[in-house]
Design a protein around this ligand. Structure first.
Ligand SMILES: [Zn+2]
Length: 331
């Protein structure tokens, strides 16, 4: 028989245990239930490595329905801080991303890394300055230069136009910290290695290797499930970047657009752009064909990619850009 003392102890233990359990259930419920009233509602926060999470953005281009949200924001929680990669196209994405981070940690958000000049990836920076005035914003030196020289305004205006004013509160928070190629930035227990390209998706690209997590944030150097835009870039440069990325000691790839996966994202995207460039080069050099004549031949070789969002619409332009690059290289 239990003594009254023992009974009270057991009773107290049960009450304590019950309170803890309720606490856990409340927290679990809060994490499962993403805030329903912001731009990220309906998009899950997904854990992709020991310290790193991401939110898979939609594949469409900016419009009223997606409110301009279309990239893959990611973050890494260190033992004391939080590091953010590409916080989206507007202050609305930035604020919603902070809410998501706050469901998981109270650590200060101290570093934001941007992959390139295209505003769908970095106009969310503003929210992080508002939350922590000492946050450091990093980018390729040419991204910072171009943003200051008018590109920031081009992207702010484009987002406003495509979303019919939904992004109107957004102002450009241009990064101030210049990245260097192969530079490792040590943040608490996490090391972020910057890989800077010459000209690939753009002339402003940085990829980020989260060394301890074996994660690579590619920015738009790699796409998945969605046709790219290469107007500002180089096929041969982008192919070379994919080849070097395939050699990195990473296991998880966060593409600029499309779901996270393994290294096949890099080889598939390398094949995507290689088929377009090589077929265009061959048919121009050997048969002197024009882009509209080249298109059906490229389509024949790309059945694997025909369901990628925007494929039909983008292909003509992609071949036109490839033809110009072929001509420039043959000159
Ligand atoms: Zn881009």
């Amino acid at each position: 028989m239990k003594s009254i003392g023992e009974f009270i102890m057991v009773g107290r233990f049960n009450i304590a245990f019950f309170s803890v359990l309720c606490g856990f259930l409340l927290i679990a419920n809060a994490i499962a239930k993403a805030p329903s009233n912001d731009i990220l509602s309906g998009y899950e926060t997904t854990k992709i490595a020991e310290h790193t999470w991401y939110i898979a953005g939609p594949l469409a281009t900016p419009n009223v329905a997606n409110k301009g949200f279309m990239n893959n924001p990611a973050f890494t929680i260190t033992d004391k801080s939080v590091i953010v990669f590409d916080p989206g196209s507007s202050v609305l994405v930035g604020r919603a991303l902070i809410k998501r981070i706050r469901q998981l940690t109270k650590n200060p958000i101290t570093h934001v890394f941007n992959t390139h000049i295209h505003g769908d990836h970095w106009l969310g920076n503003q929210a992080f300055i508002n939350e922590n005035a000492t946050v450091k914003l990093y980018a390729h030196p040419d991204m910072i230069r171009l943003a200051k020289n008018g590109e920031a305004k081009v992207w702010i205006d484009m987002m406003m136009d495509r979303t019919e004013g939904i992004t109107k509160e957004t102002v450009a928070a241009i990064p101030t910290e210049n990245l260097k190629d192969q530079h490792i930035i040590k943040i608490d227990n996490i090391s972020v290695k910057a890989h800077l390209n010459k000209k690939a998706h753009t002339i402003t690209d940085a990829m980020f290797e989260i060394i301890e997590d074996k994660v690579l944030i590619t920015g738009d150097n790699a796409f998945r499930q969605r046709a790219p835009r290469l107007d500002d870039g180089s096929y041969l440069g982008n192919i070379a970047v994919m080849e070097s990325a395939l050699k990195l000691p990473v296991e998880v790839i966060v593409p600029g657009h499309g779901a996270v996966g393994g290294k096949t994202i890099l080889s598939d995207y390398k094949d995507f752009i290689s088929i377009i460039y090589n077929t265009t080069k061959q048919l121009k050099d050997e048969d002197d064909l024009e882009p509209h004549e080249i298109k059906p031949k490229v389509i024949e070789k790309m059945s694997k990619y025909k369901d990628w969002t925007g494929f039909d619409k983008a292909l003509g332009k992609l071949i036109g850009v490839a033809a110009l690059e072929v001509e420039a290289n043959d000159f």
